[in-house]
Design a protein around this ligand. Structure first.
Ligand code: 5AD
Ligand code: FES
Length: 370
C-alpha cells in the first residue's frame, strides 16, 4: 500500500533526475492536501528542471489573431454559438506590428493563436503572414501556431512557410470526458490524428489539458500525464478550467462547485509531475494560472515550467478573446506587460532567454535519435 509517508520518502530520493511514478503514486500526490508534500514536490520538480533545461524562461509573444471560430466547445467563451461574443480579426498590419514589437523587445519567439477556421482564405492568410514575419525578421523570430485541427496538407503548408512549433491541446485524454465537453461533431480521434500529423511533419508538438473540469477525476489527470509520456510530446501547456457564463458548461461548473484554490494547486502539481516524469520538455506556465492568483505564472515556473506567453495583442482586442472570465492584463499595453514580467521573473531568481528561440530540448534529442 502506498502512503503519504512513502511518497514523501520517494520524492526525497529524486535527485534532479527524471523519475517514473506509478499511476497510484501520481494519484496520491494529486489528491493529497498537505502543504509538506506539495512543497517538496515543487522543490524536486524545480531541481529536475534545473538539471534538464536550466533556469532560463523563454518568452513567446502571444498574438490573439482572431476569435472567429467554427467549433462549439462547451467550455469556451468564443465558441461559435456564443452570440454575445463580438468577433474580430487583426489586420495584417496589426499582426506584423506585434511581431516587430516582439523582435525589438528580444522575445525571439511568437505564437499566433485563434479560433479554429479551415476555409481556404484563412489557410492562405496564415501562410502569407508566417512567410512575411519570417522575411521581415530575417528568420530571427520563431513562430508557433495554435490554430486547431487542420488537415495534414494545411499543417504542411504552414510548416513550409516557416512555422515550426504547434500547440494543440487534447483537452483531456479521456475520450468519454472529451465527448461530454464537446458537441457530437467534434472528434477526439481527429484531434489525435492531428497530433500525429504534426509530429510526423516535423513540428515541435505541444499539447495539454484543462484541470479541474466538471466530471474530471484524479485518475483522468493521471492518465493525462501518462498520455504526455506515451505520446512523447515536446511541449506542454495546461492550466485550470475557468468558468465562462455564456457557455453550456457553466451550469455543470456551478453544480460541481469549482474550488479555484484547489484547481490552482492541482495545476501546479500537474506541472511539477510533468517535469519530474518527462524531464526535458518545454512546459508553459499559462495565463489561466495568473487568472486565479496574480503571481500564478511565477509559481508555475517554480513548480517546473520554463515558458511564458506574454500577451502582445493590441489592447483594444484583448477583452474579445475571452476563453474564460477573469482574464488578466486586459488593460495593460505591451510595454507594461514586459516591464512587470521582467521584474517578477528576476525576483524569483530566474533568467530570461532574450533573443533565443528556446526550442524544446526533448525535440532536439528526439530528432537526433531518429
Ligand atoms: N477555461 C480554461 N481554459 C480554456 N480554454 C478554452 N476555454 C477555457 C476555459 N473556459 C483553453 C483550451 C484551449 C485553449 C486555447 O484554451 O484548452 O485549447
Ligand atoms: Fe473555438 Fe474555443 S470553441 S476557440
Amino acid at each position: 500500500m502506498i502512503s503519504t509517508e512513502k511518497i514523501i520518502a520517494k520524492l526525497k530520493s529524486i535527485n534532479g533526475e527524471r523519475s517514473s511514478l506509478t499511476k497510484d503514486e501520481c494519484a496520491l500526490i494529486l489528491s493529497d492536501n498537505s502543504k509538506e508534500l506539495r512543497e517538496l514536490l515543487f522543490k524536486k520538480a524545480y531541481e529536475v528542471k534545473l538539471n534538464y533545461v536550466g533556469n532560463k524562461v523563454y518568452f513567446r509573444g502571444l498574438i490573439e489573431y482572431s476569435n472567429i471560430c467554427i467549433k462549439d466547445c462547451y467550455y469556451c467563451g468564443v465558441r461559435k454559438s456564443n452570440k454575445s461574443s463580438k468577433r474580430y480579426q487583426l489586420s495584417d498590419e496589426e499582426v506584423l506590428k506585434a511581431a516587430e514589437w516582439a523582435l525589438e523587445n528580444r522575445f525571439g519567439s511568437i505564437i499566433i493563436q485563434a479560433g479554429e477556421r479551415t476555409d481556404r482564405q484563412f489557410v492562405f492568410k496564415i501562410e502569407k503572414l508566417v512567410k512575411e514575419i519570417k522575411r521581415k525578421s530575417d528568420g530571427k523570430l520563431s513562430i508557433t501556431l495554435s490554430l486547431g485541427e487542420q488537415t495534414e496538407e494545411v499543417y504542411k503548408r504552414w510548416f513550409e512557410a516557416g512555422a515550426h512549433r504547434y500547440l494543440l491541446r487534447i483537452e483531456t485524454s479521456n475520450p468519454k470526458l472529451y465527448k461530454k465537453l464537446h458537441p457530437q461533431n467534434h472528434s477526439f480521434d481527429n484531434r489525435l490524428r492531428s497530433l500525429y500529423s504534426l509530429k510526423q511533419l516535423g513540428y515541435q508538438m505541444g499539447t495539454g489539458v484543462m484541470i479541474g473540469l466538471p466530471f474530471q477525476t484524479t485518475y483522468d489527470l493521471v492518465n493525462d500525464l501518462y498520455f504526455f509520456k506515451e505520446f512523447d510530446v515536446d511541449m506542454i501547456g495546461m492550466g485550470p478550467y475557468l468558468l465562462h457564463h455564456d457557455t453550456p458548461l457553466a451550469f455543470e461548473a456551478n453544480e460541481f462547485k469549482l474550488d479555484k484554490d484547489k484547481q490552482y494547486f492541482l495545476s501546479l502539481k500537474m506541472i511539477a509531475l510533468s517535469r519530474i516524469i518527462l524531464g526535458d520538455v518545454n512546459i508553459a506556465s499559462t495565463t489561466a494560472l495568473q487568472a486565479i492568483k496574480p503571481m500564478g505564472r511565477e509559481y508555475g515556473l517554480l513548480a517546473g515550467a520554463n515558458v511564458i506567453m506574454p500577451n502582445i495583442t493590441e489592447q483594444k482586442y484583448r477583452s474579445y478573446y475571452k476563453l474564460y472570465e477573469d482574464k488578466p492584463c486586459l488593460n495593460e499595453n505591451y510595454d507594461d506587460c514586459r516591464n512587470c514580467l521582467e521584474k517578477r521573473i528576476t525576483m524569483i531568481g530566474e533568467k530570461i532567454g532574450y533573443d533565443e528561440w528556446g526550442d524544446s530540448i526533448h525535440f532536439r534529442k528526439r530528432i537526433i535519435v531518429k
